[in-house]
Design a binder for this molecule. Structure first.
Ligand code: FES
Ligand SMILES: [Fe+2]
Length: 404
């Protein structure tokens, strides 16, 4: 447990924060803050754990692992998706060892207690009959399947997806994310505190200098006045293609009570770019029910930690994973239509090119950011207008820390 002394220390840091400025050094370097980050964010918020296409058959499972926790995600009877703490109810061994596979039930490698796919206890050898076996199942973990994406929350009282579903289900349905599959995933280790990864993702102030490949096709590095006409021209194209241009910003102060953060925004690529490809031409078959390319891309947030980018023919999901206070992993998952065949319908190198080259560049600048933040000369500087989403994250972060 965190001591009162540590709580005061964090409360003082939050109170001393200067609005509109970057975070003070201890937010990145303090073990106490990192411990609170884990409790307040990573063990509370919903985390993307997988996609339903990864576990298509009854008994298919995968492990979702974060810090020292391991969760079994399994498809049980009647297509129910279960999330179960991977901790044996006998003496606590990990029950499931393989990272993914198919099984009829989970048998603990230590003394062979066996658990059904829904976590209930199937058999406990030689256990006295007077124990209530119904109370010895693997502990359930909160799980939500939203548009084919599997989210888990380790919180005992997780937030509700009700509002998020009501607002985002109709918007995302045409993209058919539930009818996609994972074409590729890559983990990029970054020697930096997790917040520097999230801060970097949420602003494109750095894009002109750091991402010439991205800046050729995406207008997000330009000021709003220059982007607005592009987006206005996209409206008719999006309508014709079946892609939603609704706008939601329910993050931080705008987050509905009891709900995860969520947001949706579709913006136009530059003329000549149908999707996020090197030459502007398609990368894969159209997603879902789209009938044409609108040359748009959607920024989607389901929780603040798992942003998505949805083009007409592929989507990307980001995961920011803390390893320790100084080390993180940025994982990217590329989704394509479930029927798309590699080599025929898409070329993997072309598909992943933009966000691979962009993420490699981000890794470099984020690590340099961390090195400077570590310095005795570091002093938080002011944000500019283009960093509004990073400020939004900082404010949501501080609010969560203050109330956790
Ligand atoms: S710890 Fe699992 S059966 Fe003993
Ligand atoms: Fe970047």
């Amino acid at each position: 447990m965190e001591s009162t002394e540590h709580s005061c220390e964090i409360a003082a840091l939050v109170a001393a924060h200067r609005k509109g400025y970057a975070l003070a050094q201890p937010f990145y370097l303090s073990d106490t803050v990192f411990a609170r980050d884990l409790q307040a964010f990573f063990f509370q918020e919903w985390q993307l754990a997988g996609h339903i296409s990864e576990i298509p058959q009854e008994g298919d499972y995968l492990l979702f692992e974060m810090m020292n926790e391991s969760i079994i995600i399994v498809r049980g009877k009647n297509n129910a998706i279960h999330a179960l703490a991977n901790v044996c109810r006998h003496r606590g061994s990990r029950v499931c060892i393989e990272p993914r596979g198919n099984t009829k039930r989970f048998t603990c490698p230590y003394h062979a207690w066996a658990f059904n796919l829904d976590g209930s206890l199937f058999n406990a050898r030689m256990l006295d009959a007077d124990h209530d076996r119904s109370k010895l199942g693997l502990k359930p973990v909160a799980v939500e399947v939203f548009q084919g994406l599997i989210y888990v929350s380790l919180s005992p009282s997780p937030t509700s997806f009700e509002r998020l579903r009501a607002d985002l289900d109709p918007i995302l349905a045409p993209f058919g994310l539930a009818r996609t599959k994972i074409a590729y995933r890559e983990s990029y280790p970054v020697r930096a505190n997790w917040k520097l990864l999230v801060e970097n993702y949420n602003e494109c102030y750095h894009c002109t200098a750091a991402h010439p490949e991205f800046a050729r096709s995406h207008a997000t590095h330009m000021d709003a006045a220059r982007v607005a006409p592009l987006n206005a021209q996209m409206q008719a194209r999006s309508k014709a293609a079946g892609a939603s241009t609704a706008y939601f910003d329910c993050i931080g102060a705008k987050r509905p009570s009891g709900s995860p953060d969520y947001a949706y925004n579709r913006y136009s690529l530059f003329d000549g770019f149908l999707t996020g490809s090197e030459d502007g031409t398609p990368l894969a078959p159209l997603l879902g029910d789209l009938t044409a390319y609108d040359s748009g891309a959607s920024d989607v947030y389901v929780g603040i930690l798992n942003p998505m980018l949805v083009y007409c023919d592929h989507a990307l999901i980001y995961r920011f994973v803390p390893i320790d206070k100084d080390t993180s992993v940025q994982e990217i998952i590329w989704l394509v239509h479930e029927d798309a065949q590699e080599g025929t319908d898409y070329d993997l190198d072309r598909l992943k090119w933009l966000w691979d080259v962009t993420t490699v560049a981000d890794k470099r600048i984020i690590e340099k950011n961390q090195e400077g933040v570590n310095s005795r000369f570091y002093e938080p500087g002011p944000f500019v207008g283009m960093e509004a989403y990073t400020q939004r994250f900082i404010e949501a972060y501080l609010a969560t820390l203050a109330t956790s």
